[in-house]
Design a protein around this ligand. Structure first.
Ligand SMILES: [Zn+2]
Length: 268
């Protein structure tokens, strides 16, 4: 079985059928679908569509609402809760993720036990022509999650893409802070060689190995790609963990870590 902690509803034809199909095909027990609002991420559907799909398929869909840091008011979270959202998705903040302006939002999320999924790392550009003055990847560096974790120790924090390309920062932040996890979606497993990951994960490290993020169970599966590409991606992930000598971690990666997070979030 699989738990997918990071997916979306894509603007593709027959998205509902394709979603149901992939769930069956990969034996996915739960899938987090995060809405993305605004014009920039034009290939992903928004909060409204996500909640509609959730109402139709509550057995396997977990709806996350896009909360726009710097634009949305804290009160919006109450509306999200009322209509059934189980978590929040953050991307494209107007200030650094750990700016104190956002603390009341994290405080509220912690109080309501809402799991928070943060985009971390570089943000891709889909349309080079348009001005996108409000996007800065540097505001989404993984290290900012540390401040949030220390101030809101019960908040469940998931960073996306292992902070690509700031992997070491992400790995250390997850290793040190009990409530921070990362998914490996995006270019991660293809972007560096196996030796690099073995080194930063402390796989063969005789002195530090016991405290590696693998031992601590801090990375988990999120797909964040079009559904038809997921099966090939799953195979590549299996190969990745084999090649870095962590075949035993696969069960945890695909299921157990996600399950424990969803349980702590009161979702299962
Ligand atoms: Zn995503």
């Amino acid at each position: 079985m699989i738990i997918d902690i990071h997916s979306h509803l894509y603007k593709i034809e027959k998205v509902e059928e394709k979603l149901k199909e992939i769930i069956k095909k990969i034996k996915c027990e739960k899938i987090v679908l995060a809405g993305i609002e605004g014009n920039y991420w034009e290939y992903i559907l928004g909060n409204e569509e996500v909640i509609k799909i959730y109402k139709k398929y509550p057995s396997f869909v977990i709806p996350f609402a896009h909360f726009r840091l710097g634009i949305d008011k804290k009160e919006r979270i109450d509306k999200f809760l009322k209509i059934g959202f189980k978590g929040l998705k953050f991307i494209g903040p107007l200030k650094n993720y750990d700016d104190e302006e956002y603390f009341p939002i994290y405080e509220k999320a912690e109080k309501e036990n809402l799991i928070c999924l943060f985009h971390t790392g570089i943000v891709s550009r889909k349309t080079a022509e348009n001005k996108q003055e409000n996007i800065s990847s540097s505001r989404m560096r993984p290290v900012y999650l540390e401040t949030i974790s220390r101030n809101f120790p019960k908040l469940i924090i998931i960073g996306a893409h292992l902070g690509y390309p700031w992997y070491e920062e992400a790995v250390e932040v997850a290793r040190v802070n009990p409530n921070i996890y990362f998914d490996l979606s995006g270019p991660c497993i293809y972007s560096r060689n196996y030796e690099f990951f073995k080194e930063i994960f402390w796989i063969d490290n005789k002195v530090l190995g016991e405290n590696s993020i693998i031992k601590k169970g801090k990375i988990l599966f999120g797909s964040d790609i079009y559904y038809d590409r997921i099966p090939a991606y799953i195979n590549d992930i299996k190969k990745f963990f084999e090649r870095i000598g962590c075949k035993d971690y696969l069960e945890k990666f695909f299921y157990e870590v996600g399950y424990s997070i969803l349980k702590r979030g009161g979702i299962i």
